[in-house]
Design a binder for this molecule. Structure first.
Ligand SMILES: [Zn+2]
Length: 349
């Protein structure tokens, strides 16, 4: 097993609270749209879209990381709405509906990237709520629709509010192998540049206690099989699969022999991720996205970092959701429970 790499996260006593909001958004899509090769039993993603409410303990300031799908997707920009036709999507409510009066206390919405399942509807927040995006976003996506009929976003997403683009080069900070910005300036919450999935794709790293963290990994990976197993956390001989409430769980033995999963692994490997990103056009961006996934494995290897992707379909069965916080995740053992939970998606016996 490779030693867990140093992540070089500066020490700090400052923390944030983190609540995971089940937005009610849902996406059903063929796995082959995103990953390859096909693994038996796993034909489609049926996944949630989490939003994260982050509370800065020192000042009480509250921000959101991602918003899920807006409840009226027909009002997305025409280009983005057309993009959603390749899958089945739904959302009963907006995050602003879930927050109620709390919307007036949200100082900023951070978009991990411009996709429909992350941008929600910022116009349902007051003008005092800023919009924050990754480096290169404005050049790529502005102006929004309708000024630019072909834009992925809408002018109403940012009109009348502060619209901030991060500058990683200026920040000069690196956590693990990702360029980073210290959002509050006190080490409690970082934004990480995670290139490849889209232009200006970013992740959030929240300090939940002085020495534990939650990594909001957005769409760096859509499924556990894209970054597990890894050289740092090989597939074990015997796996304690969590018995979660998830309806689709197959009746696997627990503990389950790791060899069953080595058999369905496309490379029969214990140390490489099950999936690669589908890259039919051999695009450099997808290759970059796969490099970003390898960097994620380094954070996942730390027992002090809980990695939560935006679409982790197991997380809601294991962790506490909004209005509760996930700050006590380490003592509750959630990382261990979630780590191999995705293996339930594969049919091994
Ligand atoms: Zn997404």
């Amino acid at each position: 097993m490779a030693p867990s790499p140093s992540l070089n996260i500066p020490k700090s006593p400052s923390t944030v609270s983190v609540s995971v909001i089940e937005t009610s958004s849902r996406i059903i899509a063929k796995t082959s749209v995103v990953v390859q090769p096909h693994i038996v039993g796993h034909d489609e993603f049926n996944c949630p879209c989490y939003s994260f409410l982050i509370g800065h303990q020192a000042t009480g300031e509250k921000i959101l990381f991602d918003l899920g799908i807006r409840k009226d997707p027909e009002n997305l920009s025409p280009r983005t709405h057309a993009f959603t036709k390749a899958m089945s999507i739904s959302s009963r409510v907006n995050v602003s509906d879930i927050l109620g009066d709390e919307v007036s206390n949200i100082s900023a919405i951070i978009w991990s990237h411009h996709h429909f399942d992350h941008i929600g509807d910022p116009s349902t927040f007051p003008p005092s709520t800023a919009l924050v995006v990754g480096q290169g976003f404005k050049d790529e996506f502005l102006p929004g629709y309708p000024a630019n009929q072909d834009s992925w976003i809408k002018e109403s997403d940012y009109a009348g509010r502060e619209f901030v683009e991060l500058n990683f080069a200026e920040a000069g900070l690196k956590l693990g192998q990702y360029d980073a910005v210290d959002y509050f300036g006190d080490g409690s919450f970082y934004l990480l540049d995670c290139p490849g999935h889209t232009v200006a794709h970013i992740m959030g790293l929240a300090r939940t206690t002085t020495d534990t963290f939650v990594l909001m990994a957005a769409d760096c990976c859509h499924h556990g099989g894209e970054f597990r197993p890894s050289p740092y956390q090989p597939l074990p001989e015997s796996i304690d699969l969590p018995v979660t409430a998830k309806g689709k769980l197959r009746p696997l033995r627990s503990p389950c022999p790791g060899s069953l999963f080595v058999k369905v692994h496309p490379k029969n490997s214990r140390t490489e991720a099950f999936y690669e990103l589908n890259n039919p056009h051999n695009s450099d961006a997808v290759k970059e996205a796969m490099r970003s996934q390898r960097k994620l494995e380094e954070f996942d290897a730390s027992e002090d970092v809980l990695v939560l992707t935006a679409h982790d379909s197991d997380a809601a069965d294991v962790i506490d959701l909004y209005p509760k916080t996930v700050n006590g995740w380490k003592s509750k053992g959630w990382k261990q429970q979630l780590h191999w939970a995705f293996l339930h998606d594969f049919q091994v016996e």
